[in-house]
Design a protein around this ligand. Structure first.
Ligand code: ADP
Length: 320
């Protein structure tokens, strides 16, 4: 079976979990980082997957590495840095019910990651190479990300890209746009949320915005996600919308990663074709919607990602 390899950030999402009996806040450490979630999503669905990047050689980094190992993701190319700590994203609940984020990420391990021979080797062994845009926000991980993408391209690998724009991580959103555009130039399969599509094109009409991107870049398959409303695909000038399933969503963290993992698993298992019928594409999207929907039914990301069995059962229950 084809291999999948993701590069990028792996960090701890630190989320509020009530108060202690002494009145102090309690926080829960959740493994986070979109590219790592996508690697787990694919592995859960039966595709060999590896994750490359850098965490600190500290309590959090070892916890994250153990988490990926327990999910059977290959972590041979996950570096443990003695010099830089693991990043933390603190998520606090504000009085008005909204969530606020603060990132402990300056000069941290995932940002300070430099190009390594083992990264290039892993790409040589893979079929699909996946990245996001968080690793493009600061140096040196920005240069590392683009060097790896260019290497993958030269080696004839398929590149999948989920920009996953995190506005708070960028000092200048114009820079975010420029870097994502650079990424799109190298990508074959791209997933964007509706908001990201608008951010990149300034066009409100989704179909027109997709046509614009497909006109500029050499993207082969473009997927747009609309939360509970499902997704759309744009491929060979054909746009189609595929509705999602009705579920009791309790936490949407990881839905997009589960969705993209679901799509890529189907695309890989069915022969990695670059020319797809609308029917096949709709089937992969339906499967991906199911994976996204499943991920919303439990808290957190990595632990809530679908498995082959859970998608099968879900689709049987939701058939029709
Ligand atoms: P992202 O913004 O990270 O791409 P979305 O929130 O759009 O993620 O969700 C990705 C996919 O997960 C959607 O396209 C849909 O298939 C599924 N999904 C997300 N939220 C729901 C929900 N509340 N009900 C059903 N499906 C959902």
């Amino acid at each position: 079976m084809a291999k999948f390899c993701a590069f990028g950030e792996l960090l701890c999402d630190v989320t509020a979990y009530g108060t202690s009996d002494r009145g102090f806040p309690i926080y829960e450490f959740n493994p986070g980082g979109a590219p790592a979630n996508v690697a787990v999503a694919l592995r859960n669905l039966g595709i060999e997957a590896s994750f490359m990047g850098q965490v600190g050689k500290d309590h959090f980094g070892l916890f994250l590495k153990d988490t990926l190992t327990s999910k059977q993701v290959d972590v041979d190319a996950l570096l443990l840095s003695a010099a830089y700590p693991t990043s933390l994203a603190i998520v606090s609940n504000k009085a008005d019910g909204d969530r606020s984020f603060s990132f402990y990420r300056k000069h941290n391990a995932d940002v300070m990651v430099e190009l390594q021979d083992i990264f290039l080797q892993k790409i040589n062994e893979t079929d699909v190479f996946h990245v996001g845009s968080v690793s493009m926000s600061d140096e040196p991980s920005r240069t590392t990300t683009f060097s790896l993408m260019r290497h993958a391209k030269r080696q004839g690998k398929i590149i999948s890209f989920d920009p996953n724009l995190r506005v708070l991580l960028w000092e200048d959103l114009n820079d975010a746009k420029r870097q994502i555009e650079k990424g799109l130039q190298l990508s074959d399969i791209v997933k964007l949320s509706e908001e990201e599509l608008f951010f990149l094109t300034d066009i409100k009409n989704v179909q027109e915005a997709c046509a614009m991107l497909m006109g500029i870049y050499d993207i082969r398959i473009l997927l747009i996600t609309f939360g509970s409303k499902g997704c759309a695909s744009f491929h060979q000038d054909v746009y189609q919308h595929i509705p999602s399933f009705e579920v009791d969503a309790i936490d949407t963290t990881g839905a997009g990663d589960g969705f993209f993992g679901g799509f890529l698993s189907q695309w890989i298992k069915n022969g990695m074709k670059m020319k797809l019928s609308s029917r096949d594409l709709a089937l992969y999207c339906r499967y991906a919607n199911a994976c996204g929907a499943i991920a919303t039914t439990q808290k957190g990301a990595i632990g809530s990602l679908a498995t082959e069995e859970s998608v099968q059962t879900f689709l049987e229950v939701h058939n029709g």
